[in-house]
Write a protein that binds this ligand. Structure first.
Ligand SMILES: NC(=O)c1ccc[n+]([C@@H]2O[C@H](COP(=O)([O-])OP(=O)(O)OC[C@H]3O[C@@H](n4cnc5c(N)ncnc54)[C@H](OP(=O)(O)O)[C@@H]3O)[C@@H](O)[C@H]2O)c1
Length: 292
């Protein structure tokens, strides 16, 4: 396979949270980016469920690496609409994988492949999803693993800026700045993953010919309230507006794994470094806030 700066990349879902930061990390590279509903100058509009269009894009881009950052990443919607969300989250990835059998396929998975009863977890721990989103991720992992050239990046609680301001930290900033309360699950842990670092690490893993499953997550496994307090403090916001509730009190459709932290020893051993600690990454995010 072509290596390093000579590789041709295809980035699907370039306007999403992970896609936005991958765009920055891939600046100067040979990359075709696709967008969906959101506009992005220079990108190719693509609905991943349109198989003829996917075939066309692959034929024209002739990618060495395909990064599937496009997905329906809404856990609640996956639970309520399993069939509709599988069309994009699983079936479209299967079609794509078959349409580009020789490319390195990079997919994103989640700590939700685990049930959270015996966390924390390493890459080779048994997957036991307890909600539809987790089951879809297990299916995507299996599709990627059918080929030798695959990278599965399991992430958790990704935070950073994106146009849609969907990340937990974005929502926290927007709500607390407006003086509104924000519900935070008191009984869940996460492995907060800074999107900017994540994007850099993905490019580095590809450049260094990594294959297989990696927990591409931040270095700390934290109770959600602790992470929320750190975010509020970093942005100079009132942590008293954080409304701590048990997961059961939130009345969610999808059961949540409560203790599903991702161990990142494999990533750090492979790269010789991990992602930034949340205190540093939150400060970097604050300093990089896009001006309206
Ligand atoms: N964010 C997290 O904390 C987290 C945690 C674990 C795993 N992950 C996984 O990481 C990956 C990236 O997540 P993210 O947070 O970046 O998601 P995101 O911000 O919601 O972005 C999803 C992207 O997919 C695009 N998309 C949706 N439907 C599409 C379709 N039918 N055809 C083509 N593009 C489509 C969206 O474009 P439009 O908006 O224009 O439709 C958007 O660009 C996902 O696989 C997600 O499950 C994320």
């Amino acid at each position: 396979m072509t290596k390093g700066n000579d590789m041709r990349w295809l980035l699907l879902g370039a306007t999403g949270l992970v896609g936005t930061h991958l765009r920055a990390a891939l600046r100067g590279r040979d990359v075709v980016m696709t967008s969906h509903r959101a506009q992005l100058p220079g990108s190719v509009p693509l609905d991943l469920t349109d198989h003829a269009a996917v075939t066309r894009v692959i034929r024209e881009a002739r990618p060495d690496v395909i990064v599937v950052a496009a997905a329906n990443a809404f856990v609640e919607q996956c639970e309520r609409e399993p069939i509709a969300t599988r069309v994009i989250n699983v079936d479209a990835v299967r079609y794509l994988a078959n349409a580009a059998p020789n490319a390195l396929l990079v997919v994103f998975s989640s700590e939700y492949v685990f049930d959270g009863s015996a966390g924390t977890y390493a890459e080779d721990d048994l997957v036991t999803p307890i909600n539809e989103y987790g089951r879809q991720k297990v299916a995507v992992e299996a599709i990627a693993r059918e080929r030798p050239d695959h990278l599965v990046c399991r992430v958790s609680g990704v935070y950073g800026w994106s146009a849609a301001r969907t990340s937990f930290v974005c929502q926290l900033v927007d709500r607390l700045r407006a003086g509104q309360r924000l519900r935070v699950p008191a009984d869940q842990v996460i492995t907060p993953t800074p999107a900017a670092d994540l994007a850099g690490v993905i490019v580095e893993l590809v450049d260094r010919s990594a294959r297989g499953i990696f927990h591409a997550a931040g270095p700390e496994i934290l109770p959600r309230p602790e992470f929320a307090r750190r975010a509020a403090q970093t942005f100079g916001l009132d942590a008293a507006l954080l409304d701590l509730r048990t997961t059961a009190e939130l009345g969610l459709a999808a059961p949540r794994p409560l203790r599903a932290g991702l161990r990142t020893d494999k990533l750090r051993a492979f790269l010789g470094h991990g992602l930034s600690h949340s205190v540093d990454a939150l400060a970097a995010m604050r300093d990089a806030e896009p001006r309206p």
